[in-house]
Structures are given as structure tokens and as C-alpha cells.
Design a protein around this ligand. Structure first.
Ligand SMILES: Cc1cc2nc3c(=O)[nH]c(=O)nc-3n(C[C@H](O)[C@H](O)[C@H](O)COP(=O)(O)OP(=O)(O)OC[C@H]3O[C@@H](n4cnc5c(N)ncnc54)[C@H](O)[C@@H]3O)c2cc1C
Length: 477
């Protein structure tokens, strides 16, 4: 018996597992695959994901072992025509320590998350598939199959983080509305590319079709490049030959070898009608699948797992179960927004628009908010433009945990700040702030509670009200 069973150890399940395990919850995480996934797939980590990783204690490793966005060298008809910065490069500020996305192959991000999870004593059980389950008002009973053996397992809650073909979603009978397109295919793979230096990404395209090209992007920490190209015919098992043909047709001259992963991708753009059924939750690709344009899929799954993890942990230790209702209420509208964004970028790509490869700030996930959530409590406007439900910006804030607000927030607890007001009765993570905290524009007397996932919860002027809020969302803090 565990408090939470997680089906699926991709980025979503791993994020939820770390969020739970670090609070002391008992978690079991199983994955049907015999071994970890080896493709680079979601290699673009958005700035908001880096903030989540900072809180979960994996950002230093992801930064050290991944790499920054690189300029893209554009070749048309085999001739270098220029170099483009496709990602907005910004300098870090006190409020925004990770202003630019970072690249890390998905298999490596997953490895880092698995190793972090192991530090809390939880190991992913590969080769273990959830095949069916039932639930009662008291818990979930699941059947797990490993090495041909069936095991019955009881848990208080189940998270279905089992990907786009989710068994959990299907068994709940939750619709997955959207489209699967047969008229659009991409050939993707991880491959060596002799003759290309690794200080840039590459775009090779015929002069007459500048958007119909092949992208080759170095994968940090490996000798591989991620290969992506449109595919105009049916290929069942893409191999090196198909990649070489596509590159030659685009005028690329690199020598490809050592293919470690490849797939043919078709747009599958769908969203679950609900993200929850009683004690069972859907998260990540199990709840929404995106085109890879805009690099949103993995990042949105990480945010789902992070949003759900602390709420389940809080409810398991006595918090108001309404927290669990807020998961779908907060994440479903965001999934819809993100789906529209990535589909819009894909349409630009298909239409051959000049800026189709450029990425703006809208992909960074920093501006997403939960203002309409029941957990966002706003009394007055003591923080200027910041509202309950907004991302809490970082800032210089000296506490026993470090010199930044994010240092004080790191961990599973909420954070309380009183601007010129004593709040020390509100626990060990409550601080009086004298002086300015830039980006908060706080009036004297403002009190705020930052949720464990870094969003403003209570925003007001009463330490008593902040205390009530705190007992509501985190009775043990
Ligand atoms: C070709 C491609 C390119 C992509 N590029 C990007 C990108 O650039 N940026 C980005 O953000 N995203 C990208 N994505 C999307 C990203 O890879 C996914 O959104 C991400 O992997 C979702 O994570 P997840 O944990 O929700 O699901 P998954 O990574 O799919 O993990 C689900 C896990 O569940 C396991 N599982 C399945 N069924 C069961 C079961 N019954 N019991 C137990 N375990 C089970 C599977 O083995 C798997 O390990 C891309 C996806 C593809 C396919």
C-alpha cells in the first residue's frame, strides 16, 4: 500500500513523484517500458520549467549537463545565407534568474529526475505495467503486471502519467477530443553528423522551398544531433537511409551515422475532457498531446506534475480536499491555451511563414497564471499589478536559506512575507521584509503567501488571514 501510485515515469510522472516524495509521502512509480526511453524528443526546457527544476533541486545539474540555445545557420540550396537567433536571449535579473530556455535531451532530463527521486528513496519500477484499476471512496486498487505476474496493489490515489495512449484515461472512459492528421509527417531521429561543428544548429533547405528543410541541432552532453525533416511518404521504420535522403534533398552535406533513435511523427492534437475522476488524476501527455512546435509538451507535463504533487501531499496530511478540485480547474485551461499556441506555431510552419522558426516569450510559460482559481485569494491591491494566482517573481531576499526569494521557497513548503509587518508566528518559512523587494511593488503592511509551487496564493494585508490561508492549504507547515 502506498499513498500515491504513479503510472508512467516520463517527465510528468517523475516530477509528481519528486514533489510527493520530498514531503515524506509514500509513492510508488511504475513504468511499462523495460528500460528508460532513449530519444531526445522534448529537448527544449522553458524558463518556467527551469524554475520548477530549481525548486526540485535539479536545476544545477540540468544547467551543467545541458546547453544554451544556439544560433541557427541557415543554408539554402547548400549555400550559407545567414545565422539566426531563434530564441529570445535575455540577461538574468533579480526577478527572473532563468530568462532563456535551455536544451537537454529528454532521456537525460529523465535520468536526472530519476536520480533525484532516488535520493528520496524511490526508484522507478520499469517493466511494470498498470493494466486495470477500480476505485472506491476510500482508495484505488490497481493491477500491475511485471515479468508475466499480476500483482494487486492498493493506494489512496492514482496518477495516470502514462502518455498519450494512457490506459488510465481509456479505462476511465474520458474522451480525448481533437484530431490526428494523416497528411503531415515528420521524420525525427538522434544521429551523428560528421562535418558539422557543434557551436550552432543547422537549417538546410532547397532554395525554392526555404521552409521545407532539415533541422540538425546538437544534443548537449552527447555526440549526437537531433534531426527533424518533413516526410512526404509513408515510412514504417525510419532508418539512416531515409535521414540521409532527406538531408541530401535539402542540400545538406553532413555525413550521418550512428542513429540511436528515430520515429515518424504525425500531429496528434488532443485534450482530455476531464483531468480527474474521484481518486484518479490525468497529467502530462495522458491529459493533452501537442505538436512539438514551440516545445510545450514536456514543459506542460512537468507543470501538471508539479501542480498536482504538492496538493496531493497536502491533502494526505489533512488539508482541505478542495485543493484536489483546483488541479483540473487550474491546469485544464492552461492545457487548452498551450495547445492553441503550439498548433498556431505549427500552422505558421506549414504555411511557410518567415517567422515560423522564431520563438517569442509566449512559449516560456512564465506568464501563465491561476488568477481564477479558488486558491487565489486577493484582498485589496497591496502588490500593485501582481495578483493572487500570478507566478511569484524571484528577488533578492536574505534569509537563513540564502539570498534569493527562490532559496527561501525551495522545498515543499509555502512561504509567507510580511512587508513591514511581523509574521513570525506563521511558521519557520515566514519572513518580515523591511525595504524594497523589486517587482513586488508592495505597500507597507502587505502580507502574502506563496504556494509551494511558486504562485501567489493569499495577497492581502492581514497576518491573521494569511495564517488561515496557510492552515487551509498546508495544515502541517
Ligand atoms: C517526436 C516528438 C518530439 C517532441 N518534442 C518536444 C519538444 O521539443 N519540447 C517539448 O516540451 N515536448 C516535446 N515533445 C513532447 C514530449 O516528449 C512529451 O510531451 C513528454 O514526453 C510527455 O511526458 P509524459 O511524462 O507526460 O509522457 P511520456 O513521456 O509519454 O511518458 C509516459 C510513460 O508512461 C509509460 N506507460 C505507458 N503506459 C503505461 C502503463 N499502462 N503502465 C505504466 N507505465 C506506462 C510509458 O512507458 C512512458 O515511459 C515531443 C514529443 C515527440 C513524440
Amino acid at each position: 500500500m502506498s499513498q500515491v501510485l504513479i503510472a508512467g515515469a516520463g517527465p510528468t510522472g517523475l516530477t509528481a513523484a519528486i514533489s510527493l516524495a520530498r514531503t515524506g509521502c509514500s509513492v510508488r512509480i511504475v513504468d511499462a517500458a523495460e528500460r528508460p526511453f532513449n530519444g531526445s524528443r522534448g529537448d527544449g526546457l522553458q524558463p518556467r520549467t527551469l524554475e520548477v527544476f530549481d525548486d526540485l533541486g535539479v536545476a544545477p545539474r540540468v544547467l551543467a549537463e545541458g546547453g544554451p540555445p544556439l544560433p541557427t545557420r541557415v543554408y539554402l540550396g547548400g549555400v550559407l545565407t545567414g545565422e539566426q537567433e531563434l530564441f529570445p536571449m535575455r540577461e538574468p535579473t533579480a526577478a527572473l534568474p532563468y530568462p532563456t530556455g535551455w536544451f537537454c535531451p529528454q532521456f537525460h532530463t529523465e535520468l536526472i529526475l530519476r536520480e533525484r527521486l532516488a535520493e528520496f528513496g524511490v526508484r522507478v519500477e520499469f517493466g511494470t505495467a498498470l493494466t486495470e484499476f477500480s476505485q472506491s471512496p476510500h482508495g484505488v486498487s490497481a493491477v500491475l503486471v511485471h515479468s508475466g505476474q499480476c500483482e494487486e496493489f492498493e493506494a489512496d490515489y492514482l496518477i495516470g502519467a502514462d502518455g498519450g495512449r494512457s490506459v488510465v484515461r481509456k479505462q476511465l472512459g474520458i474522451g480525448f477530443a481533437g484530431t490526428t492528421r494523416e497528411d503531415f509527417r515528420m521524420l525525427l531521429g538522434d544521429v551523428r553528423a560528421e562535418g558539422l561543428d557543434r557551436s550552432a544548429a543547422y537549417w538546410f533547405a532547397p532554395s525554392e522551398d526555404p521552409m521545407g528543410g532539415v533541422a540538425l541541432t546538437p544534443l548537449p552532453g552527447t555526440e549526437l544531433f537531433q534531426f527533424g525533416a518533413p516526410l512526404d511518404r509513408q515510412v514504417d521504420e525510419p532508418g539512416l537511409e531515409q535521414l540521409r535522403e532527406a538531408l541530401a534533398a535539402a542540400g545538406g552535406t553532413a555525413e550521418l551515422s550512428g542513429l540511436t533513435w528515430s520515429t515518424v511523427w504525425r500531429p496528434n492534437i488532443r485534450m482530455a475532457e476531464r483531468f480527474r475522476d474521484g481518486r484518479v488524476f490525468l497529467a502530462g501527455d495522458a491529459a493533452h498531446v501537442h505538436p512539438p512546435t514551440g516545445g510545450q509538451g514536456l514543459n506542460t507535463g512537468v507543470q501538471d506534475g508539479y501542480n498536482l504533487g504538492w496538493k496531493l501531499a497536502a491533502v494526505l496530511s489533512g488539508a482541505d480536499p478542495v485543493l484536489l478540485d483546483s488541479y483540473e480547474a487550474e491546469r485544464l485551461p492552461i492545457a487548452r491555451q498551450v495547445l492553441e499556441l503550439s498548433t498556431g506555431i505549427m500552422a505558421k510552419y506549414e504555411n511557410g511563414e518567415d517567422d515560423a522558426l522564431e520563438r517569442g516569450e509566449d512559449v516560456q510559460q512564465l506568464g501563465l497564471d491561476y488568477r481564477d482559481s479558488v486558491l487565489s485569494v486577493q484582498h485589496g491591491v497591496p502588490l500593485g499589478e501582481l495578483r493572487g494566482g500570478d507566478r511569484a517573481p524571484d528577488g533578492l531576499l536574505v534569509t537563513k536559506h540564502g539570498e534569493r526569494l527562490f532559496d527561501a521557497l525551495r522545498g515543499p513548503h509555502p512561504l509567507v512575507l510580511g512587508f513591514g509587518v511581523e509574521v513570525d508566528t506563521l511558521g519557520e518559512h515566514a519572513y518580515r521584509v523591511d525595504g524594497e523587494l523589486p517587482h513586488y511593488a508592495a505597500q507597507h503592511g502587505a502580507v502574502l503567501v506563496v504556494r509551494p509551487d511558486g504562485y501567489l496564493g493569499y495577497v492581502g494585508t492581514s497576518a491573521d488571514e494569511a495564517g488561515k490561508y496557510l492552515r487551509w492549504i498546508a495544515p502541517n507547515s
